[in-house]
Design a protein around this ligand. Sequence first.
Ligand code: HEM
Length: 447
Amino acid sequence: MADAKPDELPPMPRIPRRAAAGLLGLLRARGDILSAFPEEAYRREVFTLRLPRRLLLVANHPDVVRDIFVLRHETYQAKSTSMVRALEPVIGDSLFINHGAVWEQRRAAIAPALHIAGLAAFEAHFATAAEELVEVLASGPAEVEIGAPLAAATARVMMLALFGGASPPAAANALAARFTLYQQAAEHLDVIGLLGLPALFGRGQGLRARTHAAALRAMVGQALENVGTPTPVMEALRTAAGDSAEALVNETAMMLLAGSETAANALTWTLWLLATHAEARAQVLAEIDRLPPRAPDVAALAALPYARMVLYEAMRLYPPVPVLSREALAPGRIRRWEVPKGSFVLAVPWLIHRHSAWWEAPHSFRPERFSPEAARLQPKFTWLPFGLGPRVCAGAAFGMAEMLTFLAVLLRRFSIAPAPGFVPRPRARLTLRPAAGMRLLLTPRGG
Ligand code: HEM
């Protein structure tokens, strides 16, 4: 396949004209929540679904999203049971799925270690992982499924940030591969949790997921045992965890996953979009080729403004975290809806990012939307790849710097094109992945 024609849309699930009856629709979608949203979901401001045991409300207007996630954080800060159930076997009760005083204490301990002001401390890790990735790719065949090596490489970045040099590249490969297996097994549980059905329904998957979760936690425990002088991020995790060895495994597993899955998925889709859009690709390459021929340090990333716009646009079309879900801690009212305690309250980046009121040609790939002039006109809270409010991603700046470094190193070395005949299909699991991987053709630049 060659470059996309100007009016060709990047891949997306078929949007049903009308909603299948709520519960049935979700069940039929088999957990692929994206293909369950009908046309009107891309136009509505708020909509609800009555589940057997609770109300599910989707906030689809930036003011409502802000109201829930920023202004009424106290009431809507808890992650939904479905999210907790899907992640708890791996990350325990860590920061990501905790709330209240425990979350506050851990967030305060961990977030400063990832702050934008200290990013230069990680630039060598970004460069090491990106260069190792390029070597792996250069020694393999030209046609490659890029998702798995990217997941391993972003896991490598996190291993370096957490454990320093004490952890070998193979450990990152094993971790990323196991987490993919875990996601596959846990996917079904997610729907069951969302529907409020008893856990009994998912017993088969539950067993498999638990096996993978135990393996993941064993890997984390092993890495913690081998750690030498603790890195600043590890110090922060130790402060967050206090004296508890289990809490330290929880927080470490959480960081490894929160920091690697998301960035790998965003890069996967970005590479596809660049492989299919010649003009954007040429602009990104022009920026990269103006840099010195080595991995850029964090300061040099400022010279890649168009590549940054491409990443923003890729995460608009394919938000790595496609659903932000919360559970009401107290009864309240959202617009005209009475929302009982225990209701699920969602913002769905996938929908808001493609909402016809907020985005022109919402399904098209147009990095220019994120030029400084255009971005100034875009209403706030219509672009949420990193979430929002007090629980906004703690590693957003880290992730952006990492992804830009990876793009610079990869695209300097390889020309990219889609593998012949391959078209990816987005699939929402815990993160938004291509359903059958991402097949690209990599050829050495100039070769
Ligand atoms: C492309 C990269 C990334 C994306 C799209 C992303 C996205 C997100 C989103 C959407 C949330 C909030 C989830 C919610 O509100 O339910 C989140 C939370 C979080 N992310 Fe990221 N993330 C990325 C990279 C990273 C990296 C590199 C790190 C660590 C180095 C990280 C650490 C965290 C942590 C610790 C939280 C929990 C924050 C809290 O609950 O207070 N993320 N991320």
